[in-house]
Design a protein around this ligand. Structure first.
Ligand code: ADP
Length: 312
């Protein structure tokens, strides 16, 4: 390796997770040092011109880069820790702002809708009483109702009829749960595509198929993955989606529809297990190469006096 040994922090709550293990072993195989920090155990110390992080009472310093692997339920604190590393001038594989943005399904769709990528028609309301009109505006039933902050397919419901849709939406609203109502893309036939993007390149893609009778293709819901070659348009859409979300590393989920690929979601901590096992690609190595290059770029920037201070 042409790179000098680095010290790379992986922010992860559990070092035995497949993705965390793969990143750590890849860093170590390249002669660098890996430290796994549970972001929930990091203390952020704010002081003028001297931002720092303590882990179980010990100062964390000499870090060359961070790789955030932040779970959806701890986005707020995890993103704060990432932001603190940014304040300390440490390059991060995922920027804190992009991380926060990607976790809000509605905000993500709003940002994506400004670009030329397609998406299922979606409505969000502040517990509107006009449920029938909302249903009509996405083309009627069947339709999809999604909890705004669900993951891994939990909180995604297919309402087969208008009646069912009305009661599901009413039920969520009465629980004060925020939902989006979305056009159901029937022709996707319970499958979706996961494109793994690193630094403006698709490094692996798979098609996930939901188990028999299931419209959700999530592997956590019993779906299975198979290797797929993306069409030119699918590749283009995946790259654009990652770019407009400000993510250099992203798992872009697409539905194949009659009007071309539609973006469903852009994931900022995409899992490595499914994609590596399905594609037989060493995605962890691609991530570490990207991070090594980030550090190199950061060093050459620091040498230039114009870039003394970075901003958030
Ligand atoms: P999560 O973030 O919980 O995985 P998703 O929005 O990705 O939620 O939905 C889970 C799965 O449900 C998707 O992978 C896809 O297979 C299916 N799905 C979601 N939205 C639609 C839709 N509008 N039309 C058809 N299938 C959908």
């Amino acid at each position: 390796m042409s790179h000098k040994p680095l010290h790379i922090v992986v922010l992860s709550r559990n070092r035995s997770l497949y993705s965390t293990r793969r990143l750590v072993e890849t860093i170590e195989n390249r002669g660098s040092r890996a430290t796994v920090l549970d972001h929930l155990k990091c203390d952020i110390v704010i002081e003028q011109d001297n931002p720092s992080i303590y882990y179980k009472g010990e100062l964390i310093d000499d870090v060359d880069a961070v790789i955030p692997r932040i779970g959806a339920s701890v986005t707020f604190y995890g993103a704060s820790v990432v932001r603190q590393f940014e304040m300390m001038g440490v390059p991060t594989a995922v920027e804190s702002q992009a991380l926060v943005r990607s976790r809000d399904k509605l905000r993500s769709l709003q940002v994506l809708a400004r670009s030329d990528v397609g998406m299922p028609k979606t409505v969000f309301t502040n517990y509107s009483k006009e449920v029938a009109k909302i249903i009509d505006s996405v083309g009627g039933a069947p339709l999809i109702v999604k909890l705004l902050e669900g993951t891994q397919g939990y909180g995604v419901v297919l309402a087969p009829t208008k009646k069912a849709a009305e009661s599901i939406i009413d039920a969520f609203h009465s629980m004060k749960a925020r939902v989006i109502v979305q056009e159901f893309i029937k022709e996707a036939k319970g499958a979706d595509i996961r494109a793994f993007v690193i630094n403006n390149k698709v490094v692996g893609a798979m098609k996930r198929q939901g188990k028999e009778g299931e419209f959700r293709s999530n592997l956590h819901q019993g779906g299975t993955g198979e290797l797929i070659k993306l069409s030119k348009r699918e590749r283009q859409v995946a790259l654009t989606a990652a770019k407009v979300m400000g993510l250099s590393i992203a798992g872009v989920d697409l539905l194949q529809s009659e009007r071309g690929p539609l973006v469903l979601e852009v994931n900022s901590s995409p899992g490595l297990e499914g994609i590596e096992k399905t594609t037989n690609q060493d995605i962890a190595s691609d991530i570490i190469t990207y991070v090594e290059n980030l550090v190199e770029k950061g060093k050459s920037k620091k040498k230039s006096p114009k870039n003394k201070k970075s901003n958030a």
